[in-house]
Ligand binder design. Structure first.
Ligand SMILES: Cc1cc2nc3c(=O)[nH]c(=O)nc-3n(C[C@H](O)[C@H](O)[C@H](O)COP(=O)(O)OP(=O)(O)OC[C@H]3O[C@@H](n4cnc5c(N)ncnc54)[C@H](O)[C@@H]3O)c2cc1C
Length: 391
């Protein structure tokens, strides 16, 4: 089979790229290891920056988001005895949207269906070949057991942290940076109305907690846990008790309402960046090139920003025979990647307890400064609510 762009991975990055390329009349084929049902039900991110929403609007993908998403003007930052509101609209001029990655993935999938996108779910054995030539290709086995060879002008590696694209770049052609953290998150999705109107980020001596949400009827909450934590040792009652303690149930009359837990899992937690985000005709985007801990809510937004740069770069390369944008893609994109890698690390180290009493005092001092100084609060707001997509 022949196409112009072979896209590996039907997560947000891969689906959005196929959508934007189709808008420019560029043909692509998307291959994905998981089933469509699995991809669309996978509980992950849920906070969209204004610039992400603007891009989705411009691509004709924002209708349900505006109808069902929740626009938030800020977040609460708290530690025992104190809760402060940071108003992003006042501080940085824009807010954020709460809209589950599951919903965005469904919207993208439907848009691709309407356009007649060629999408192969359930493939196995994906491999990339001849990346340093003008005629790269991808091989895999379809869900029906047919061996497929996909010849393309370019390959987009949108296959996440564990896909084959990242690994296909030879060690001599890449530099990688990595940071692991001595904790992870236990995340739950609960069928109960959120107990807060905006997200609560809570520092607590027992560990960090976050009260997020996905809709007016569904709450998403997280707890800092040990890196080797076993989900079996966290029965529902223990989770709700820990959340109530760390989020300040009873403080100034605030109450956390528990409810049935629909899903719970332990989340991976690390920082990773690979550069350059291109090797020959293979272009990496999203989690395939970089991973951030979820504390800053940046992974999905970074994936969208990568695609906002990659789609015009591939369009210029394939339609105008101009490689300037493609050649600049990695350097341009990595500026934002490093900004958000720093922001995600900064939020993480400010909010997660380490057991070291000196660290705790530094964290509390920084939290007080961020929450009470306009300069401190504006720095957090600018990064959280989002930089313009081309910065
Ligand atoms: C487990 C998990 C939980 C997360 N939770 C949160 C959260 O709570 N909050 C938050 O802000 N962010 C969260 N994130 C981050 C955020 O969801 C990601 O940054 C975002 O999904 C990146 O989109 P992507 O399209 O680049 O990658 P992905 O969404 O990972 O998509 C990559 C796709 O490639 C497919 N693929 C992999 N290998 C192959 C192959 N060999 N052949 C074909 N296809 C392949 C995968 O199945 C997947 O569908 C989470 C990430 C993970 C991994």
């Amino acid at each position: 089979m022949r196409t112009e762009v072979a896209i590996i991975g039907a997560g947000p990055a891969g689906l959005l790229l196929s959508h934007l390329l189709a808008g420019e009349g560029i043909d692509s084929v998307v291959i994905e290891t998981r089933s469509r049902e699995y991809v669309e039900a996978r509980i992950r991110a849920g906070i969209l920056e204004s610039s992400t929403v603007a891009l989705l609007d411009a691509a004709g993908l924002g209708e349900r988001l505006h109808r069902e998403g929740l626009e938030h003007r800020g977040i609460y930052l708290q530690w025992p005895g104190e809760r402060h509101h940071l108003d992003f609209l006042d501080l940085a001029g824009c807010g954020v949207w709460v809209y589950g990655q599951t919903e965005l993935t469904k919207d993208l999938g439907r848009a691709r269906d309407v356009a007649g996108q060629q999408l192969y779910y359930g493939v196995t054995g994906t491999a990339v070949h001849d990346l340093d030539t003008d005629h790269p290709y991808v091989t895999c086995r379809t869900a029906d057991g047919i061996e497929m060879r996909l010849d393309a002008e370019a390959i987009a590696g949108c296959d996440g942290a564990l896909g084959p694209s990242r690994a296909a770049v030879p060690g001599t052609a890449k530099t990688t940076w990595e940071r692991t953290y001595p904790y992870r998150w236990l995340g739950i999705l609960a069928d109960v109305a959120p107990s807060t109107d905006q997200l609560i980020y809570a520092w607590h001596p027992d560990g960090f907690a976050l009260h997020s949400m996905r809709s007016p009827a569904v709450s998403r909450l997280y707890l800092q846990v040990e890196p080797d934590a076993d989900i079996a040792s966290w029965p529902d009652d223990r989770i709700w008790d820990a959340l109530a303690t760390r989020l300040g149930h009873g403080q100034d009359g605030w109450a956390l309402t528990p409810g049935p837990i629909a899903e719970k899992s332990i989340l991976p937690f690390r920082s990773y960046v690979m550069a350059p985000m291109r090797y020959g005709r293979l272009f990496l985007a999203g989690d395939a090139a970089h991973t951030v801990p979820p504390t800053g809510a940046k992974g999905l937004n970074l994936a969208v920003a990568d695609i906002a740069a990659l789609a015009p770069a591939l369009t210029a390369m394939l339609r105008k025979n101009s490689t300037a944008l493609a050649d600049a893609y990695s350097a341009t994109t990595l500026r934002r990647v490093w900004r958000y890698t720093h922001f995600s690390w900064w939020m993480t180290t400010m909010l997660h307890t380490t057991g070291d009493p000196f660290d705790a005092q530094l964290q509390l001092s920084q939290l007080r400064w961020v929450a009470t100084s306009t300069a401190g609060a504006t720095g957090l707001a600018e990064n959280y609510a989002g930089l313009p997509v081309d910065s």
